[in-house]
Ligand binder design. Structure first.
Ligand SMILES: Nc1ncnc2c1ncn2[C@@H]1O[C@H](COP(=O)(O)OP(=O)(O)OP(=O)(O)O)[C@@H](O)[C@H]1O
Ligand SMILES: [Mg+2]
Length: 253
């Protein structure tokens, strides 16, 4: 179903001087799908995502959000997407409710701040300030802000990096809920467990290139069929083994 495609990326390229950060990346993300980009530091994940968000300009290729070209329609695309950056900064002197209200106003949205906060389990913190939140609460809050314009696509750049296991699981549940709402979700991660548990499909990216795209279990089965070796002592293959097999080096150095 072609109209199921929300994020359509074709041969994206981006260099910084001599360094090729994104080297011909193509993929599609469908409505109601969680698509993960799994790769180590410097693989080109943030560069790719920020091109799709209209925050950086590609040197080549093109990307479409719900059929709208990102290059020529940056403002329109920004109104259609939700964005959680790798690093967030919010106003220290506003409460959470005031901050969500501010973003809703900026987007011309009549979303209710309390409803947005409730959706990320922060209803009881409506009067708190961002600086007083825990890491997990901050990440959830940034998703509440990203939802005010009812986006068709949500971009999450390492949504659980630095969180403890409990906060990470809570975030997975929240992201899973966004999928149930029908959004197309693209996230980046360097946690193989996150990719395995949360993502419908995973693009394994290394040095600016996608080396494989498939469902996590399919990638693992393909490795088993190639006779791949497990690093785990119990012999169970993981996406870490897939990464090592495809790239010759480890996901986390
Ligand atoms: N503004 C920039 N100027 C110059 N080089 C950059 C810039 N942004 C990124 N790079 C380089 O491009 C490559 C890809 O960086 P990018 O931030 O996209 O990687 P990443 O996969 O998001 O890594 P991480 O897991 O550390 O967030 C890296 O080698 C990085 O040093
Ligand atoms: Mg990054």
């Amino acid at each position: 179903m072609a109209n199921d495609v929300v994020i359509d990326v074709r041969d994206l390229r981006k260099s910084y001087g001599e360094l090729v950060a994104v080297d011909g990346v193509s993929f599609q993300v469908h409505r109601g799908e969680i698509f993960g980009m799994l790769g180590p530091n410097g693989a080109g994940k943030t560069t790719t995502v920020e091109i799709l968000e209209g925050l950086r300009q590609a040197d080549g290729g093109e990307a479409f959000i719900d059929g709208v070209g990102v290059k020529k329609n940056r403002r329109r695309v920004k109104s259609m997407i939700g964005v959680q950056l790798q690093q967030n900064a919010f106003f220290d002197n506003l409460t959470l409710r005031e901050t969500v209200q501010l973003f809703a106003t900026l987007y011309g949205s009549d979303a209710s701040p309390d409803e947005m906060l409730a959706r990320v389990d922060l209803a009881d913190r409506a009067k708190s300030r961002y600086k007083h939140l825990s890491g997990g609460q901050r990440q959830r809050f940034s998703i509440a802000v990203a939802m005010v314009n009812e986006p068709v696509a949500m971009f999450l750049d390492e949504p659980t990096t630095g969180l403890d296991p409990q906060a990470r699981r809570r975030m997975w549940k929240l992201i899973d809920g966004l999928r149930s709402d029908g959004m197309a979700i693209m996230l980046t991660t360097h946690y193989m467990e996150e990719a395995e548990v949360l993502c419908d499909r995973v693009a394994v990216i290394d040095r600016g290139s996608i080396v494989a795209v498939d469902a996590p279990q399919a990638l693992i089965e393909q490795l088993a069929n190639r006779g791949g070796q497990a690093v785990r002592r119990d012999g169970a293959l993981t996406l870490e083994d897939v990464f090592l097999d495809l790239t010759g080096h480890q996901l986390v150095e």
